[in-house]
Ligand binder design. Structure first.
Ligand SMILES: [Zn+2]
Length: 440
């Protein structure tokens, strides 16, 4: 508990002051540029190229989502308070009846242990990396109507890197190539990511240049004496990131500018976020797992507990995303702003948790200086689309069914390949069977 508080108060030091000044200067300069270009705010300037189009739409979207999630978050907040009260009694401490920022991660972690109790040590035994990889590649091939072939003796930057060629399973045409670089080594990039290495496009002679991409991760390397076993959240990350690789492979656009993941910021995560649903369903989970010693399947009871645990803390976690998105919008629809005050106001209003005095979380919120200025809502926006597509389409029509889609839309694999046009098709997939459009 105290470690989180120390870390937070540490944020109230020199770096906070320096970053706050830079950020507030950035906000002023962005507003000036937007005005010179004829926009009423920086948010409206950057949003013109997104699905949302303007800050009014974003504001309605965030408000609607907030209204829906408020009761869920309130219920979770009350439960966290009960946990805190019980702990204070047990330890003989005064209970102040309030949740502070440093209490949230501490008690949210307790919720997972007390309420959902997934045996993570047992679960990991069923996810050896070789089995997960084979299952995952198989699922994507079936879903998108593709065939992958591993290239023998490829020209690669490290022995452990594998190269695959991607073929259309009907025509046999080569669609693209991808590398899997899954294990850590000294000096390697330390996050999980998909890098586009060569964008696909049509050249002037009408021939197609195929796309090439690499998935980079840092999963433990198996050794002779010990297998590499993945945590369930790592399987989810693998599935998500490989979704970006497939997004790169499938597109069939003419120009590089509109290829692969070069789509609207509030759309780019939709395919990958939707694919995350596959690791919360029994059929694909069974296909990607078996016990590393005896090859047995995951017991049903373990799968049931895992699947139920998906909803742990979702109300509060999504409200936090709404709060950050609203702060971002507030900062980028003004010509100047007090970032600490704006954060404090929204934190109290939306999460019911006061910001810690003397700190400014915005000073370490790197998204605002890393390309998500005015666009942090994109994570929630694409999450809503991806969930709607999954539950309206795949849950009904089969989660490993390449024909899943709607009449009049291109086949599923082609929907992945439409570049910027894709954002016009994907909403069709989620809205046709719904009661009505979820967005204005
Ligand atoms: Zn992603």
């Amino acid at each position: 508990m105290s470690r989180s508080r120390d870390q937070e108060e540490d944020g109230g030091s020199v770096s906070q002051q320096v970053n706050t000044e830079i950020l507030e200067q950035l906000i002023e300069l962005r507003a000036k540029v937007a005005n010179l270009l004829g926009f009423s705010s920086h948010a409206n300037y950057v949003l013109e190229m997104n699905m949302a189009k303007n800050s009014n739409t974003v504001s309605h979207f965030l408000h609607d989502l907030y209204e829906k999630l408020k009761p869920v978050g309130e219920k979770e907040r009350q439960y966290l308070l009960l946990l805190k009260q019980a702990e204070c009694q047990r330890r003989g401490l005064d209970f102040d009846g309030q949740l502070h920022t440093w209490d949230l991660p501490y008690y949210m972690n307790q919720v997972e242990q007390v309420k959902f109790a997934v045996d993570k040590d047992k679960l990991i035994e069923y996810f050896p990396i070789e089995v997960v990889t084979e299952g995952l590649l198989g699922i994507y091939q079936d879903l998108l109507g593709l065939r992958f072939h591993q290239v023998q003796n490829p020209h690669v930057w490290h022995d452990s890197v594998k190269l695959y060629t991607v073929l259309d399973s009907t025509t046999g045409e080569e669609m693209g190539r991808f590398y899997l670089d899954l294990h850590p080594r000294e000096g390697k990039y330390s996050h999980v990511a998909c890098f586009g290495l060569q964008p696909g496009c049509l050249s002037s002679d009408g021939k197609r240049t195929i796309p090439v991409a690499a998935m980079v991760a840092n999963f433990t390397k198996p050794s002779r004496n010990w297998p590499s076993l993945l945590q369930h959240h790592e399987v989810e990350t693998f599935f998500h990131e490989f979704g970006h690789v497939m997004h790169e492979m499938c597109f069939r656009t003419r120009y590089v500018e509109f290829s692969g993941t070069l789509v609207e910021t509030d759309f780019v995560e939709v395919p990958s976020q939707m694919q995350e649903n596959w690791v919360w369903e029994k059929e694909p989970l069974r296909r990607m797992s078996c016990h590393y010693i005896d090859g047995s399947s995951i017991p049903d009871s373990l799968l049931d507990t895992l699947i139920v645990s998906r909803v742990a803390n979702t109300g509060l976690m999504n409200l936090r995303q709404i709060m950050l998105s609203k702060v971002d919008q507030a900062l980028h629809t003004k010509s100047s702003a007090d970032t600490a005050a704006e954060f404090s106001k929204h934190c109290e209003e939306i999460l019911g948790v006061p910001a810690t005095p003397g700190t400014n979380m915005m000073a370490s919120f790197s998204h605002l200086a890393g390309g998500y200025d005015g666009q942090y809502y994109s994570y929630l926006w694409s999450e809503v689309y991806s969930m709607d597509i999954f539950f309206n389409r795949f849950r009904h029509q089969g989660i490993i069914n390449p024909k899943t889609g709607v009449t009049g839309a291109p086949p599923w694999s082609q929907v992945w390949g439409l570049g910027t046009q894709a954002s016009a098709w994907w909403p069709t997939l989620c809205l046709q069977d719904s009661a009505g459009p979820i967005f204005p």
